[in-house]
Design a protein around this ligand. Structure first.
Ligand code: BGC
Length: 427
């Protein structure tokens, strides 16, 4: 029932610029909204209005005892046009980062989290290898601007989710439905990560800083066959795992490019992570070439299976590829009424605490309810409730539980009784 974290383990929260900042930025998600592609019609220009309310949000984070914040820069704000750098945007983010650090909250900086400036999108974004240089220019701008105050970086968030949602399923911008394009995007993003990994280290070293840590946020799932005795189910599970995450993970971690990815020129083998960054949400149950969810399993409000053991199965797999400290850079659930989030967090953190893997940080996804991509404002993942009309923030029961866990360095018997005991998952 009660459990305590290991000494070196601590808790944070994560976010992405487009999902919280608001504002009429010239990027592909505002464009997607204007094309009527957000299910509930909500506009990312509203979101949490965080670009204006950032100080209030930082204060709330501090009040909630949060120790680490995974923060993302909006590329379209920093580089609104090709070749231009907006110094005001840089000053804005520097102020925010310094303010967080002053209150004792460490910052893990995500460079790319799904969103592209329109000038880059129009050039074909990551689909064309000729465009890698634009991303690298942005990385250079980021390190020049923040290298003196930030030592920890995520180059790219979930290349596999970006590539499949945007280029295979076509639900995200630019709405392509081509397996070949999705594979090209994953290949090019892997190259971007490797080059960025080296560039960040090189630049910070030249600036005289040590202790640089770089990784990419890897969305990993468990792929299990629906019927483990069925060889077709087993083969499909292996193939899907390879296509969705296996190949791109290996490429980005070690520079080993295997099918279905292309082998790019001039990328040597190596070790391109200083920590393993895991975004874990769910398991996929496979009986063919489509995405499947186990029928008689607990699910969240978006129908994703709740499978806490999976976080450790995924972490073991990644640790087997390259032994590095592990950060859970995202874990959380869509629970619109905050009815089972405490139990969800409890179950995942318990699994982490009981494992012998070197997991040192956990960033909950997410801090405040926010703009959940094509689901818009209707899917709530936050520890803090947001009334989008008034922008009022209210800490949820799960948010209070999170703060108590930080204070107590775990879950006491009383906390279990108060927050977890009566919560139930649904099917
Ligand atoms: C993404 C987040 C997203 C979350 C919940 C992750 O895949 O990085 O941006 O909000 O999942 O869907």
């Amino acid at each position: 029932m009660d459990f305590y974290f290991r000494d070196e383990f601590s808790l944070g929260v994560a976010s992405a610029a487009t999902q919280i900042e608001g504002g009429e930025c010239n990027h592909n998600w505002n464009d997607w909204y204007h094309r009527g592609r957000i299910k509930d019609g909500s506009n990312p220009a509203r979101a949490n209005d965080h670009y204006i309310l950032w100080k209030q949000d930082a204060d709330l984070m501090f009040d909630m005892k949060i120790k680490h914040y995974r923060l993302n820069l909006e590329w379209a704000r920093i580089c609104p046009e090709e070749g231009k750098v907006d110094e005001d945007a840089i000053t804005h983010y520097r102020d925010e980062i310094l303010y967080l650090q002053k209150t004792g909250i460490s910052v893990l900086l995500t460079i790319h989290h799904f969103t592209n400036p329109m000038w880059f999108e129009r050039k074909g974004a990551f689909e064309r290898k000729e465009n890698i240089k634009y991303f690298m220019d942005f990385v250079k701008t980021v390190v020049k601007a923040f290298g003196d105050i930030v030592s920890e970086y995520i180059t790219i968030n979930e290349p596999n989710v970006y590539a499949t949602m945007s280029y295979y399923y076509g639900d995200w911008p630019p709405g392509e439905k081509s397996m070949i394009k999705a594979i090209n995007v994953m290949t090019n993003m892997a190259v971007c990560h490797i080059k960025a990994y080296k560039m960040i280290h090189r630049m910070r070293q030249k600036m005289g800083y040590h202790g640089t840590k770089v990784s990419f946020a890897n969305h990993v799932r468990v792929f299990d066959p629906k019927d483990p005795k069925n060889s077709w189910h087993r083969s499909c599970a292996k193939l899907l795992e390879r296509f969705f995450q296996g190949a791109v993970t290996e490429a980005m971690t070690t520079g080993h490019f295997t099918l279905p990815l292309r082998r790019p020129k001039g990328i040597p083998r190596g070790e391109f992570l200083d920590f393993i960054a895991i975004n874990y949400y769910t398991r996929t149950t496979v009986s063919g070439f489509g995405d499947g969810t186990k029928q008689d399993a607990y699910k969240n409000d978006l129908g994703w299976e709740i499978y806490p053991e999976g976080i450790i199965r995924c972490a073991k797999y990644l640790y087997g590829l390259l032994k590095r400290p592990i950060y859970i850079t995202e874990n959380g659930t869509c629970d619109n009424e905050d009815k089972f989030r405490c139990k969800y967090i409890y179950d995942h953190l318990k699994a982490i605490t009981e494992s012998d893997l070197p997991i040192t940080r956990y960033y909950h996804w997410c801090f405040c309810d926010n703009f959940e991509w094509i689901e818009g404002e209707s899917a709530r993942f936050g520890l803090v409730h947001v009334d989008y009309e008034t922008q009022k923030r209210t800490v949820k029961k799960s948010g209070k539980f999170y703060t108590e866990m930080i204070k107590e360095n775990g879950v006491t018997k009383d906390m279990y009784d108060e927050y977890v005991k009566d919560q139930e998952y649904h099917y």
